[in-house]
Ligand binder design. Structure first.
Ligand SMILES: C[S@@+](CC[C@H](N)C(=O)[O-])C[C@H]1O[C@@H](n2cnc3c(N)ncnc32)[C@H](O)[C@@H]1O
Length: 230
């Protein structure tokens, strides 16, 4: 039976396209499980686990799993974050659509993390980036994608044994996003991301003047005529 995959939005489509082939995808905070289902329909030899901490989303995931005929390859798990004993080194863990503080807490509580993760915080990305360094996880790529009227950051993360430190620019803007902006390698998504961050930093600067150089670097990357209140 050839089943047509669900139609994902741009953010989840991007995440799905970044997942490694023929692997096991563990999607934490999966909700409807459409991300792992799409992955399985594109990867006939792969398997997946959809985790959610609420029963209602998992009931929808159960319906979707049957509708798309992937019952044998998709496990549904009711759990808070990553349960002990589940994750193996070659799994790819996805955590998307949760705040940066919550993703950080899930990673810190996990007893084991795989070699590869894809993370997309809906807020407070700077807090998550700082935590990654202390967890021995390194950001190897960052993507910014437009969906509706928002720009979302998606981080590809790998385990590292090399200690590293992010400076304030890298922590707030993102190490890869910052390089792209400095290279004037701009897309509408990157521009929107930078403008929103400028607004956020402008508000935070009242309490923390040390953020001013970060905001100025972002403004420079957008061109001198950019106004912080746009
Ligand atoms: C906004 S949805 C995101 C769905 C999907 N990952 C996406 O990016 O569109 C967040 C989901 O994560 C679940 N969730 C929140 N905190 C969680 C946790 N600590 N462990 C597992 N699931 C969680 C919620 O129940 C909800 O279904």
């Amino acid at each position: 039976m050839n089943v047509r995959p669900p139609r994902l939005g741009r953010r989840l489509s991007l995440i799905e396209s970044l997942a490694p082939e023929a692997s096991r995808l563990i999607d934490v905070g999966s909700d409807h499980a459409l991300l792992p289902i799409t992955y399985l329909l594109h990867q006939p030899t792969a398997s997946a686990v959809a985790i959610d901490n609420k029963e209602k989303p998992l009931a929808v995931a159960e319906k979707n799993r049957r509708r798309f005929g992937v019952e044998a390859r998709l496990d549904l798990v009711l759990a808070d974050g990553l349960p002990d004993g589940l994750v193996k080194a070659d799994d790819c863990v996805v955590i998307a659509g949760l705040g940066g503080v919550e993703i950080k807490s899930i990673l810190q509580k996990a007893s084991y993390l795989p070699k590869r993760l894809i993370l997309s915080p809906h807020s407070r990305a700077e807090i998550l980036r700082e935590a990654l360094a202390s967890l021995g996880l390194s950001i190897i790529d960052e993507h910014v994608v437009l969906e509706g009227r928002r720009a979302y950051v998606v981080m590809e993360v790998k385990k590292t044994s090399t200690p590293y430190h992010l400076n304030e620019y890298e922590r707030w803007i993102g190490p890869v996003v910052f390089s792209k902006l400095k290279a004037r390698d701009k897309t509408p998504a990157l521009e929107l991301y930078a403008k929103r961050l400028i607004k956020h930093l402008t508000n935070r600067e009242k309490d923390d003047p040390s953020l001013q150089p970060v905001r100025k670097a972002l403004m420079d990357s957008l061109g001198e005529d950019h106004e912080s209140n746009s």
